[in-house]
Each structure stands twice: as structure tokens, then as C-alpha cells.
Design a protein around this ligand. Structure first.
Ligand code: EPU
Length: 420
């Protein structure tokens, strides 16, 4: 139970300029990747979020020297004295991406023992495809008592993913970077953070080609050297801010983002009647007319991201007409809509589909976060609603959004914490 709640007095348009932070899902892959290096790595643009603090604790526990300069968003990782290959439940269960320690430790030491990960409860989230990938490279893997143990000399191989998995693609890339010979990943994920991880690995001397396509080739190398690398801006934070700007009928310029990563969302916003203009590294979002209802089907990149489905569906609760949301990636990622229904939204949920009949008003109410992006969706709903929305369990939001309250306040939002 969190010891504070968020209070939002909604109905005010967000206006002004803001800056997007470094990517969460890229940082949580790049930081474990630094363990593969034989020397010091400096990672820049690292967001000061809970998931990064958990990784700091894990790497330190393993024996790495880690310095995180939060002011300058710079993490310096010296992995030379890492002497542990085990991550127990107390550490691993604090986040989803703790399972990247399997790929990184297996790749560096030929062994790893990592307890089951935690993370958002948005469906069953198996990791069988990660395990199959490690096995294809020659590792012996045991999955017992909620701990994955993997060991063995890794040899490059063909890895076919039965379905597209971001985590599986990243984990096997980590394991393969120093394997003997060439690994080819087929049906790989294409998300921007897969490309970012490949770029980081290559900056350390790895030989990764094809990231961003569905076939990634990794020629194993004996040694990876230190590197200084800045992670890409957060695609999902950018999208959340775009949605919040549109949802409040505001006018916001988001600086420091990569507009080409946002094309699926931009297309949907344009279809709704929102005005979106793109500059080299900024996006301006504003609304003049009514928002039209649209249908959203989540897909792997470059499709509409599941991580933006939640804030997007919150906004659609006030669009004119009926929107149909089809969440194809995760089984239970529509729970936020039950909360927004408490604020007056008209929503029917059938399995992984939601039918939203837009209403003219939402009204502030007490609501509870069930996961990170559900939290973002409730913030969007609170910003749109008349009156005061109380958001309980808001620490979910701090796991993935850096200083989001301050950023929204600087755009004119009335959002604050209150102790419980
Ligand atoms: N899947 C399997 N077997 C596996 C792996 C995945 O069946 O071995 C299934 C999953 O159950 C899911 C689908 O494949 O139905 C896709 O899962 P994926 O592996 O791509 O997701 P993930 O790696 O668990 C990452 C992000 C999520 C994001 C998804 C999809 C991190 C740490 N997490 O999860 O981010 O939603 O990719 O883009 O990078 C978030 O940031 O809020 C978040 C949940």
C-alpha cells in the first residue's frame, strides 16, 4: 500500500513545452548489457525511475561498481569485479526486466541463476521463448521453484521465435553477443529499444546486424570493451504526453523525442481530428475541433504499442462515437477502463476487447492503479475530468515515468501528492 495518493483537479488544458526523458525499456536492457563488458561503461540519458534504481541495487549486489548521477542522468558501471551470478527473489521480483540478468550473466560467465521476475500484472507473461533461445545456444536450463538456472558454453545457432517477443529478443541478444560463432534470430521484435540495445552492444565491439528488422545476426566476439552511450528518448512517455495534450484539448510541444517512433500513435490522433506537427526532434500536439472515436488494435512495432493502449483508451472515453479497443498482446490490460467507468465512462469489456461509447463529461472519483500504464491512463482521465480525481497506488507510475507530476504541473496541470 502506498503512503500517498495523487490528487488531480481536471478540466484544464495542458499548454507549453516539455522534454521527454530517456527510455525506460531501453535502459533496463542496456544497463544489464554493461555486465558483458570487460571495462567501464558510461550510460547517459538514464531516467531516474524506480526500475533503474532496482537495477542499480542488483548490479551492486553482484559486485559491480555503479555510480548513478541522478542530476545528470548518467550511470557509470564498472563490471570488472562482478563475482556473483545469482539474483534471488528479493531482487528479481521487484521488476520485469530482472530476467535480462539471465542473458547478461550467462553471456559473461556461462552461468546464471535468477528468480522469477515481477512487473506489471497484465496477463500470464510466460518466458518460455527466452528459455528456448538459451537452449538453442546450448545452455542447460532448469526452471524449478520459481528460479531459472542456466549454464553452459554458448555456441551460435538459429533461433526461431514462435511469436514476437521483445523480452525474448533482448535476452537472447545478450546471451549471444559473446557466444562462439553466429546466432541468427528469426521473427525478432523490431521495437526501437531493440535497435538501441544493438547499437550499445556494437559500441562495445559486438557484431550485431539487422536490429529493427525481423532477422538479427549476431557474430559472437571474445571481448567487449567499455563504451559511453546515450539511450534513446522514451517512446511511451512521448506518446503519453501527446495523448495528455490532446485529451485536455491543450497545445503542447514535446522536445527531445524521435517523431518516427511515434507514427502509429500520430496516425490515430490525426484520425481523431487532433493536430500533430513533427519537427526533427519535437512533436507539437493540439486540438481545435471535436475528437472522433477510432478503433485501436495493439500490435508489435511498428503497430500501435500496447503500452499506449491504456492512456489512449482513457482519452477515447470522451471522443464522439464508439471506439473499439482490441488488446492483442496482453490478456488483462483493460482493467483501467473499469476504474474510468467509475468516473462516468461508458465501457463494455469482453475478454481482450473494449467497446467505449464516448461521453461528454467524466467526473473526478477515487480510482486505483493496477499497473504502470493503467496509472498513466488514470492520470489522463483525471486531467480530462471535472472535479477532483484521487489516484491510489500511484507508485506504479513512478516505476516508469520520470518526474511526471512536475512535467504535467509545468504544463498547467493541477496535480499533487497527499499523504495517507
Ligand atoms: N510471450 C510468450 N512467451 C515468451 C515471451 C512472451 O508467450 O517467452 C508473450 C507474452 O505473454 C505476450 C507477448 O508474447 O503476450 C509479447 O510479450 P513480450 O515478450 O514482447 O513483452 P515483454 O518483453 O514481457 C516488453 C515491455 C513491456 C511491453 C512489451 C510489449 C519491458 C521490460 N517490458 O515486455 O512494457 O508492454 O514488451 O511491447 O521492456 C511497460 O513498459 O509498461 C511494459 C509492460
Amino acid at each position: 500500500m502506498d503512503n500517498y495518493k495523487l490528487l488531480i483537479n481536471g478540466g484544464k488544458p495542458l499548454i507549453g513545452e516539455t522534454f521527454v526523458s530517456g527510455g525506460k525499456n531501453t535502459s533496463v536492457a542496456v544497463i544489464p548489457a554493461a555486465l558483458l563488458s570487460d571495462d567501464v561503461c558510461t550510460i547517459e540519458n538514464v531516467p531516474d525511475i524506480e526500475d533503474v534504481r532496482v537495477l542499480y541495487d542488483i548490479l551492486t549486489m553482484l559486485g559491480a561498481k555503479v555510480d548513478f548521477d541522478r542530476q545528470n542522468r548518467r550511470m557509470v558501471i564498472d563490471p570488472r569485479e562482478v563475482n556473483g551470478t545469482k539474483v534471488d527473489h528479493r531482487y528479481a521480483s521487484r521488476m520485469r526486466a530482472s530476467y535480462y540478468l539471465i542473458g547478461a550473466l550467462l553471456g559473461r560467465f556461462g552461468e546464471a541463476e535468477v528468480a522469477y521476475p515481477g512487473g506489471c500484472a497484465i496477463g500470464s507473461r510466460p518466458f518460455d521463448l527466452h528459455i528456448k533461445g538459451f537452449q538453442a545456444l546450448g545452455a542447460q536450463v532448469e526452471d524449478r521453484s520459481a528460479v531459472i538456472s542456466a549454464k553452459g558454453k554458448l555456441v551460435g545457432a538459429n533461433v526461431f521465435f514462435d511469436r514476437i517477443t521483445v523480452g525474448g529478443t533482448i535476452n537472447v541478444m545478450l546471451a549471444a553477443a559473446k557466444a562462439e560463432g553466429t546466432t541468427i534470430l528469426h521473427n525478432a521484435a523490431k521495437e526501437p529499444h531493440i535497435v538501441d540495445l544493438a547499437n550499445f552492444l556494437n559500441s562495445m565491439g559486438a557484431k550485431v546486424k539487422g536490429a529493427g528488422t525481423d532477422t538479427i545476426r549476431i557474430r559472437g566476439v571474445n571481448r567487449l570493451h567499455g563504451s559511453t552511450y546515450a539511450v534513446i528518448p522514451d517512446q511511451i512517455e512521448t506518446g503519453t504526453l501527446m495523448i495528455a495534450a490532446a485529451a485536455t484539448r491543450g497545445d503542447v510541444t514535446i522536445r527531445g523525442c524521435i517523431p518516427t517512433h511515434m507514427e502509429a500513435l500520430t496516425a490515430k490522433l490525426l484520425e481523431m481530428g487532433v493536430l500533430v506537427s513533427e519537427l526533427d526532434d519535437a512533436i507539437r500536439v493540439r486540438t481545435v475541433g471535436a475528437h472522433r472515436a477510432v478503433n485501436v488494435k495493439t500490435q508489435e512495432y511498428p503497430g500501435f504499442p500496447t503500452d499506449l493502449q491504456q492512456p489512449m483508451s482513457a482519452m477515447l472515453c470522451m471522443a464522439k462515437g464508439t471506439s473499439i479497443i482490441n488488446e492483442t498482446i496482453f490478456e488483462t490490460r483493460l482493467k483501467h477502463l473499469n476504474e474510468i467507468a467509475r468516473m462516468g465512462a461508458h465501457v463494455r469489456i469482453l475478454d481482450q476487447t473494449a467497446i467505449i461509447d464516448g461521453v461528454d463529461e467524466l467526473y473526478g472519483a477515487p480510482v486505483t492503479c493496477t499497473d504502470l500504464r493503467a496509472g498513466a491512463a488514470l492520470v489522463v482521465a483525471g486531467l480530462m475530468a471535472k472535479g477532483t480525481t484521487e489516484i491510489y497506488e500511484p507508485s506504479f507510475i513512478a516505476r516508469g515515468y520520470e518526474h511526471i507530476e512536475e512535467k504535467l504541473r509545468s504544463l498547467g496541470a493541477d496535480i499533487r501528492r497527499e499523504s495517507l
